[in-house]
Design a protein around this ligand. Structure first.
Ligand SMILES: [Zn+2]
Length: 147
């Protein structure tokens, strides 16, 4: 996937991916086809449901979803604290997104996986790095949803 070259003249937090928007509140965006299919990207070439080549409309996606599957990660890159939980979250628009689950106990979910399947979760923005200009780089994760 080619990187989008957006001139960055302002300072402030930067989203880590083009599908992640921080304003007005952190959320993901997708491309919607005229047939109704929605895809988790911003540069769709063709619809895999109907074959149309566009135009695709950018739509805001729900910040709440449900865990479809998850995995507890015990080994990762140097400097990445383990264990942590990665998951595929289904959004109500029919889009699945892979991300990490925070505010959960990895050991508990490993012993009691039924707690995680279908768990309501909500998107949160977390700072994962600082760019060369000193701006926070923001990623998205999911945490258990309160109601
Ligand atoms: Zn379509």
């Amino acid at each position: 996937m080619a990187e989008q070259q957006t001139p960055q003249t302002e300072t402030g937090p930067r989203p880590i991916l083009p599908i992640f928007k921080l304003q007005p509140t952190p959320h993901l965006v997708g491309s919607k086809c005229s047939c109704g299919a929605i895809f988790l990207d911003t540069k769709r070439i063709a619809c895999s449901k109907c074959g149309a080549t566009g135009p695709f409309q950018q739509v805001d996606l729900s910040t709440k979803g449900k865990v479809w599957v998850f995995s507890v990660i015990h080994q990762s890159f140097p400097g990445i604290k383990t264990p942590y939980v990665t998951a595929v979250v289904d959004l109500p628009e029919g889009v699945s997104v892979k991300s990490n689950l925070i505010d959960v106990d990895p050991e508990d979910l490993q012993k009691n996986p039924q707690k995680a399947f279908g768990m309501p979760v909500e998107l949160v923005a977390t700072q994962v790095a600082t760019d060369r200009q000193g701006n926070p780089v923001m990623a998205f994760q999911f945490k258990p949803s309160k109601g």
